[in-house]
Design a protein around this ligand. Structure first.
Ligand SMILES: *[C@@H]1O[C@H](CO)[C@@H](O)[C@H](O)[C@H]1NC(C)=O
Ligand SMILES: *[C@@H]1O[C@H](CO)[C@@H](O)[C@H](O)[C@H]1NC(C)=O
Ligand SMILES: *[C@@H]1O[C@H](CO)[C@@H](O)[C@H](O)[C@H]1NC(C)=O
Ligand SMILES: *[C@@H]1O[C@H](CO)[C@@H](O)[C@H](O)[C@H]1NC(C)=O
Ligand SMILES: *[C@@H]1O[C@H](CO)[C@@H](O)[C@H](O)[C@H]1NC(C)=O
Ligand SMILES: *[C@@H]1O[C@H](CO)[C@@H](O)[C@H](O)[C@H]1NC(C)=O
Ligand SMILES: *[C@@H]1O[C@H](CO)[C@@H](O)[C@H](O)[C@H]1NC(C)=O
Length: 477
């Protein structure tokens, strides 16, 4: 399950609400549950948020359209300041569309995740929802607004896909931290974990190597009664380990902790990720505080494990109020997690592996057959998983020539770079790296996160897309 849980970190980001700052109207649109067959007439209400304060209707002003991720859409609206910042300048209508099966957009209510209902949860259906909503927004316009898609993370993938699949509907997309190459055969499966490791290594090489050594000690310790007793006491586990295989869950949890910290690499205090870290601590301090306990690379056995426990205390117990270490606290417990578990078992299979040499994790191979079996058991899928890259756009649209763009998703977020090669005009995408960019722009201070140059770059792109759109003769739908 390690593979599934690693990817679940994305979920955690999506579900933890930040402070509310932006306002909008909440609306709903009836949506067919199935866009691609004529087998059902079931419909549901898709939630979307609208801010029309800046919109210059009837002037051909654009719609800025956020393609919702795997979580409550309000969460993403509150964290996509760039759209609010740019709206006045463009006279844009701001729209945030919720992804089906998340937040309040549950096609079958609280039965949405029943095995006979969950099958309509696909990115392809979600994209079709977005298209229907966009057409609805444009329906009474004498001059249809050009639409620019925005998104980050999985939402960024959707923005990119929307532009690729429906170039007649969306004139451009700004996709941040969108790992559209994180699929079989497109990048090495260890890329993610290597990059995560480099964050720790840069805080202190001893830190990364202590973590690398710790796995063997944990295994060793958990293999005997005495060792488990020691771990249960010294690591204050809420749920004591009873047998040696119980250690696997703890190791998965640790791996998630390390990668979560690498992913929420924001240059400003954040509660975006589940109160996992003190809000006043910035990212550099974060690694330092954690790694402080692990500076001595010659520690072994109990000394090392005690230090490691102090290190992870920084993460799960920063309030000082945890009575015990609850490794289930971030495990699947809500719909969002459930949804991502399903998606990562169907279309969004993102191979992950570790080698324990170039990264600090316990070696584990990417075992597609095993993964597929687990998915089948969990979700009773009607068919064997197909190799996902063959159906995801990453391969068929080699528009982003540098593979590093995909890996950047998990690199340090504050550096923003752009795809150096212009994609062909019919699939314009503005691609930037770093989870930071889409989340913090405008939320705290524009210049803190997105430099003037980058801000300028994106706005220029948007301006050019709109100009091109108006040069073309109007299309009839
Ligand atoms: C839209 O956002 C702007 C900027 O945050 C705000 O001033 C305005 O009140 C919002 N409009 C609505 C309808 O909430
Ligand atoms: C949907 O299908 C059912 C059964 O086929 C039918 O009874 C119902 O009238 C249909 N509803 C609509 C709104 O078409
Ligand atoms: C599910 O939804 C139905 C109808 O909305 C409601 O009556 C029922 O209590 C809900 N069940 C749970 C477990 O929330
Ligand atoms: C495993 O534990 C035993 C006794 O607890 C110890 O002698 C041995 O050195 C340990 N091995 C490793 C690799 O830590
Ligand atoms: C170990 O056993 C105790 C008592 O039966 C139980 O509460 C605990 O959940 C078990 N631990 C694990 C990891 O299953
Ligand atoms: C590092 O750890 C080793 C083994 O526990 C210990 O002997 C040594 O004194 C430590 N060094 C420092 C500088 O703390
Ligand atoms: C959490 O932190 C407090 C204060 O530092 C400490 O007393 C407590 O033992 C810690 N809890 C755990 C589970 O380590």
């Amino acid at each position: 399950m390690m593979m599934i849980s690693s990817v679940l970190v994305i979920m955690c980001i999506a579900l933890c609400a930040g402070a509310e700052q932006y306002t909008y109207h909440t609306k709903y649109l009836d949506m067919p549950v199935d866009h691609f067959s004529f087998a059902t007439n079931h419909t549901f209400k898709l939630r979307y948020l609208v801010n029309d304060t800046f919109f210059q209707e009837h002037t051909g002003s654009p719609i800025f359209f956020y393609t919702g991720n795997e979580g409550d859409i309000e969460m993403f609206a509150q964290n996509t300041g760039f759209m609010f910042d740019a709206a006045p300048e463009f006279g844009a209508l701001l729209v945030f569309a919720e992804h089906r099966y998340y937040g309040k957009t549950l096609p079958f209510g609280n039965k949405s995740y029943d095995l006979n209902n969950v099958g309509y949860l696909t990115s392809q259906q979600a994209l079709a929802d977005f298209v229907v909503l966009i057409r609805h927004l444009q329906q009474n316009q004498d001059r249809p607004s050009p639409v620019i898609a925005f998104g980050g993370s999985y939402g960024g993938m959707l923005s990119a896909y929307l532009r690729m699949k429906y170039p007649n509907v969306v004139i451009g997309a700004i996709a941040a931290s969108a790992p559209i190459f994180q699929f079989t055969g497109l990048i090495p499966c260890e890329a993610f974990n290597r990059i995560a490791t480099s964050d720790y290594r840069s805080a202190s090489p001893a830190c990364a190597s202590s973590i690398r050594k710790s796995w063997a000690h944990l295994n060793n310790m958990s293999s005997t009664d005495a060792g488990r007793k020691w771990l249960n006491e010294n690591w204050k586990l809420c749920k004591p380990l009873n047998k040696s295989s119980d250690i696997n869950e703890l190791k998965d949890w640790l791996q998630n902790v390390y990668t979560s910290l690498a992913m929420i690499d924001y240059p400003y205090p954040t509660n975006f990720l589940c109160q996992c870290m003190p809000p006043t601590r910035s990212q550099n301090i974060k690694y330092e505080v954690m790694c402080q306990q692990l500076y001595n690379s010659s520690m072994t056995d109990k000394v090392l494990l005690k230090s490691l426990f102090k290190a992870v205390n920084v993460y799960f117990n920063y309030t000082g109020s945890a009575n015990c270490l609850d490794i289930e606290s971030s495990a699947t417990q809500n719909l969002g997690d459930l949804g991502w578990s399903y998606q990562s078992c169907t279309e969004m299979v993102m191979p992950m592996c570790t080698d324990g040499v170039n990264d600090m994790f316990e070696p584990s191979v990417w075992d597609f057959a095993k993964f597929s079996e687990e998915c089948y058991d969990t979700w009773k899928l009607s068919q064997i998983l197909i190799a996902p890259s063959s159906c995801m756009e990453g391969r068929t649209y080699p528009l982003l020539p540098t593979l590093s763009s995909a890996m950047d998703f998990w690199t340090r977020g504050q550096v923003v770079e752009f795809c150096p090669v212009s994609p062909p005009p019919h699939m314009q995408l503005s691609y930037q790296k770093g989870l930071t960019t889409w989340t913090c722009v405008g939320r705290i201070l524009t210049t803190q996160c997105l430099s003037k140059r980058q801000d300028f770059f994106h706005k220029n792109r948007i301006r050019a897309w709109i100009r091109n759109f108006h040069l073309l003769p109007p299309t009839t739908n």
